[in-house]
Design a protein around this ligand. Structure first.
Ligand code: ADP
Length: 995
């Protein structure tokens, strides 16, 4: 075998013994019995091996025994016991810590004839240990052992069943020894073989059961077993987990109790079918979990029958297909959704299979293909597409199929733009199952994009234009140039001009012309043309049309326009023309005219130029305004320079906005400091010059941010006086700073002071005069009353008759005395009035009563001069609110003057009336009148028209002064109207005061 020169001794173990030893046999049987009894209860194969080994060793004490057994966990034969050999290997072979039990080997390693073990007989195995130990122990060690133990042969007997060897007993027999009790050993081995076999079978069965249990309980399928009526006999764990119940809650219940009410009904019918067919497949139910959640299940089942053919139980397994159902429902919904989406798409949409078969199509697409969606479905797209686009479409579809990517492209058909989107649709196996086609008419979009782009260009140009136009450094000519080139560019025009209207003449002045008159005969200078208005006030020809109408227009056949023609010779031919007036409000500012655009003009160009014209108009206006502002600025500066006042303007941040040279001069500010324009430095410089500089500074500070206009005097340490006026600098109601103006009033202040002194002096003198007059008058009146009284008594001739001369002298004394008394009374009145030593007592006075009193007093004088005096009041019961005595005095004075200055036979009229809020009382006469130059001075004290000593009319010249003062104390005024020789009218105007 395998090249080994091993021979087997087939000699029966018993054959060595010729005599039958009864005792030995008995012993042998006893041993067999013992070992069988001992191993009967033992289920541990290792233990059995040990027992067997020991039993064999007991029978052959001089031999060494090795028991080996197959170990399924390592799939090898392993030494399990070696009685008599313990520790020997180490001792004899020097192999430390190496128990023979650890030596394992596969049968093939043993290089033995399997039959050896199978025979059930002890076999002689000559060169055995090395082979027996399966080369796990080195050859020389084995030889060493054999040598040291003096082993003559090795007898081996195997554990085996019919098919396999699964271990054995090896007996190492020393030289000169033999194996005893061979048949017993063989019997024991046979029994042990069976026993081990039985243990293993048992174990395998047990394991199989375990495995089945595990499989049954943990299988991914839910399993249940029902009785004939559908009641549970058994369920597995998966079943319980799936439905959320415990085992106890299920067993004994009916399957339908776990179904929805609808399906419970279904179950009854199905159970009958199940019973009759013996099996069911793919039956779907909706079951209800303990938590109330519904799940979809699909059941397969088979009925198990008893041996007598009667129903035993069902074996059913179900799968939870809720997710699958949900997915199916979702798929169904998706399909519906897809269908309605496709229908809802107003553009063209269809879904086709790779070969062109239409699966879904919306109405618009079907309509485009001259059919209906219903008819289309199932048809091939290639049968429906128009011939001219067929091949190009096919090519695109093929590209989608080949590349597996979405394809987007645009094309044009019958003048319209289309955008197409072809999408590959993949199935579960990642194969293209369909192509989804969406096409849109994007003509409007395209046009809009074009329009938007154009508008963007226009706006960009306008923005650039606006920037250029608001640059203050640009002249109107520059602006016009920029406008012309932008306008030409925007409209693609070859020619044009940009003009402005001269605000003074109204001429349309072209600042910039393209070379439209290149070959024109007029000379270069004249090419900058002013177009005046015609006699009718209108601008002429085609070029004037936009200005006259104040509206832009364009024309692509200018020759048709009524204003065409009349261009100078050499002027280029106009193919088309666009013109826009630049207008602000209603005022014409200028014009933009363009000609000869390549493609002609359209509303877009028109709109663009309208915007340019609007900006241009504003630019001209701004330019003119800035020129105007410059002009005003110059005027203002020169004005401020020419004023006598020093002017200084500061903003809220103390920045000096303006100061005139007078200011610098007045405040004696050094040039360097003035140039610095540093407010703080300036302030400290000039506050040093004034008296009470601290107060002055705080006053200035307080005025900032105040709306107050303030005037005050600045007193300088050197005696100068400035009058300072300051006002807030306002802009739109917001305080921006303050304007200060200073006037040197040193001289005026001095003069004023002198005046005030004089006034005080005069007042003092006047007061002394009044006091003097009052005293003198009083002192004069007493003796005067005696003079008048005694002279009147004498004149009455009570004390005897008087002669002619005495009478004449006495009359003189009396008259002069009365005149003097009147004069003194008047002087007293005046001095009282002037010293405010008089008070009025107001009351309601009936005008007619006053008239009556005055009439009575005046009558004798009037009669003496035959002057008629008429009194009238309108209304007759007219009342005034006045001091009765003073009012009578006023009126008497006026009537007395009238009588005095009216010649005999004259006429006097006293009239009172009320108009509105005033009462007018006038005293008119037809007397000598008053020259115009005297009409005002007669109201001054002692002033008379005729002041000569030889005057013919008596009087003091105080009457009208008293009258004027009394009238004014009544809040009224007195006026005179007079003409020399014609007469005079004095009118008192009093306000109506009602109590
Ligand atoms: P007197 O009458 O005492 O001179 P008045 O003050 O009353 O003083 O008048 C001042 C002067 O005004 C008169 O002297 C007279 O020249 C002039 N005057 C006043 N009333 C009349 C009048 N009715 N007609 C003409 N002159 C008049």
């Amino acid at each position: 075998m395998n090249g080994h020169d091993e021979t087997f001794n087939n000699e029966s173990p018993e054959s060595g013994s010729n005599t039958f030893d009864y005792n030995e046999r008995l012993n042998e049987l006893q041993l067999i019995n013992d070992i069988l009894i001992e191993t009967y209860q033992v289920e541990d194969t290792d233990r059995i091996c040990k027992l067997v080994g020991e039993a064999v060793h007991k029978l052959n004490k001089d031999c060494y025994v090795i028991v080996s057994l197959y170990d399924s966990s390592i799939n090898a034969v392993r030494i399990r016991a070696a009685p008599g050999l313990e520790g020997i290997t180490e001792k004899v072979a020097g192999i430390p810590d190496r128990g023979l039990e650890d030596v394992s080997f596969r049968p093939k390693d043993m290089e033995l004839n399997p039959q050896l073990f199978k025979s059930g007989k002890l076999e002689h195995f000559k060169d055995g240990l090395y082979a027996l130990l399966a080369k796990k122990v080195p050859y020389y060690s084995c030889k060493q052992i054999e040598k040291n133990l003096n082993i003559g042969s090795i007898q081996v007997i195997g554990f085996s069943n019919e098919k396999n060897i699964f271990g054995g007993i090896s007996i190492l027999v020393p030289e000169g020894q033999k194996v005893h009790y061979v048949s017993a050993i063989e019997t024991i081995t046979a029994h042990v073989s069976k026993k081990i076999q039985a243990i293993w079978t048992e174990r395998a069965l047990h394991e199989a059961e375990n495995r089945f249990e595990i499989l049954f309980q943990q299988a991914p399928l839910s399993y249940h077993s029902l009785d004939e009526n559908g009641y549970f006999i058994d369920v597995n764990n998966t079943w319980l987990e799936t439905l959320g119940y415990s085992y106890e809650e299920v067993i004994g219940k009916c399957f339908k109790d776990f179904l929805t009410p609808e399906d419970a009904e279904k179950f009854k019918n199905n159970l009958d079918k199940f019973n009759s067919h013996g099996e069911i497949h793919g039956v779907e139910y909706e079951a209800v979990r303990k938590d109330g959640k519904r799940i979809n299940i699909v059941i397969d089942g088979k009925i198990a029958y008893n041996e007598d053919g009667s129903f035993k139980q069902t074996h059913c397994a179900f799968k939870d297909i809720t997710a699958q159902k949900k997915a199916e429902r979702k798929a169904l919904e998706n399909e519906k959704l897809l269908r309605s989406m496709i229908d809802a798409i107003t553009e063209y949409a269809f879904l086709m299979e790779p070969d062109g078969t239409i699966v879904q199509i919306n109405e618009s697409t079907a309509k485009k293909l001259n059919t209906t969606s219903q008819k289309c479905i199932g048809c091939n797209i290639y049968d429906l597409l128009p011939e001219k686009i067929m091949s190009s479409r096919k090519q695109k579809f093929d590209t989608v199929l080949a590349e597996g990517k979405a394809l987007k492209f645009e094309d044009m058909n019958e003048g319209n733009y289309f955008q197409h989107n072809f999408y590959p649709v993949y199935d579960y196996s990642n194969q293209i199952s369909h192509i989804a086609v969406f096409s849109m008419d994007i003509t409007e979009y395209k046009t809009n994009v074009k329009k938007l782009k154009w508008e963007l260009d226009v706006n960009r140009s306008l923005a650039e234009l606006a920037d250029a136009l608001i640059d203050p450094n640009n002249s109107i000519e520059t602006i016009a140039n920029i406008v012309l080139s932008a306008s030409k560019e925007l409209t693609g025009s070859d020619h044009g001009y940009v003009s402005s209207i001269d605000p003074e003449t109204g001429d349309n002045v072209c600042h910039t012309l393209t070379r439209m008159m290149e070959s024109c005969s007029i000379n270069e200078n004249d090419k900058k043309i002013s177009f005046p208005r015609g006699p009718d006030g209108l601008y002429t020809k085609l070029f004037g049309h936009a200005l006259n109408t104040k509206k832009g227009f364009y024309i692509n056949s200018p020759e048709m326009h009524p204003g065409s023609g009349g261009a100078p010779e050499g002027h280029i031919k106009l193919n088309n023309f666009l013109s826009f007036p630049a207008v602000v409000g209603n005022e014409l500012m200028g014009q933009i005219s363009l000609a000869n655009s390549n493609q002609g003009y359209s509303d877009s160009e028109f709109e663009a130029i309208r915007k340019v014209a609007a900006i241009y108009a504003l630019a001209i206006q701004q330019k003119r305004a800035s020129i105007e502002i410059q002009h005003i600025d110059t005027i203002l500066k020169s004005t401020f320079e020419s004023t006598v006042d020093g002017i200084f303007v500061v903003d809220n941040n103390h920045k000096i906005l303006f100061s005139n040279s007078k200011f610098v001069k007045m405040w004696r500010i050094p040039e360097a400091l003035a140039n610095m324009k540093n407010y703080d430095e300036l302030l400290s410089f000039y506050s040093d010059q004034v008296k009470c500089s601290k107060e002055y500074l705080s006053k200035i500070q307080a005025l900032y941010h105040s709306k107050e206009t303030n005037t005050y005097y600045i007193y300088f340490k050197d005696g100068r006086v400035f009058e300072s006026l300051s006002t807030p600098l306002m802009n739109n109601g917001i305080i921006k700073g303050r304007v200060w103006s200073f006037r040197d009033v040193t001289e005026k202040a001095e003069a004023e002071k002198a005046l005030i002194d004089a006034k005080i002096h005069a007042e003092e003198a006047n007061r002394t005069k009044n006091e003097f007059l009052a005293t003198v008058s009083h002192e004069l009146r007493t003796p005067l009353n005696s003079v008048i009284g005694y002279s009147d008594m004498l004149l009455a001739q009570i004390f005897g008759p008087l002669n002619e001369r005495q009478l004449r002298y006495l009359k003189n004394i009396s008259r002069s005395g009365n005149h003097l008394l009147n004069l003194i009374n008047d002087i007293l009145d005046i001095s009282r009035i002037e010293s405010r030593d008089i008070s009025l007592s107001f009351e309601i006075v009936h005008v007619a009563d006053i008239f009556e009193d005055v009439k009575n007093i005046a009558t004798p004088f009037a009669t003496s001069k035959n002057i008629s005096v008429e009194f009238s009041a309108e209304p007759a019961d007219l009342n005034i609110y006045a001091d009765k005595i003073k009012f009578k005095q006023i009126l008497y004075n006026l009537v007395n003057n009238a009588l005095k200055f009216t010649p005999e036979n004259g006429h006097i009229e006293v009239v009172a009336n009320k108009s509105g809020n005033t009462i007018r009382i006038s005293v008119g006469d037809d007397g000598i009148g008053i020259p115009e130059d005297k009409q005002q001075i007669i109201f001054e004290p002692f002033k008379q028209v005729d002041s000569s000593l030889s005057r013919m009319y008596g009087g003091s010249g105080l009457g009208l002064t008293i009258v004027k003062n009394l009238v004014e104390m009544h809040s009224g005024e007195i006026k005179v109207k007079s003409e020399v020789t014609k007469g005079s009218t004095f009118t008192i105007i009093l306000p109506v005061k009602e109590k």
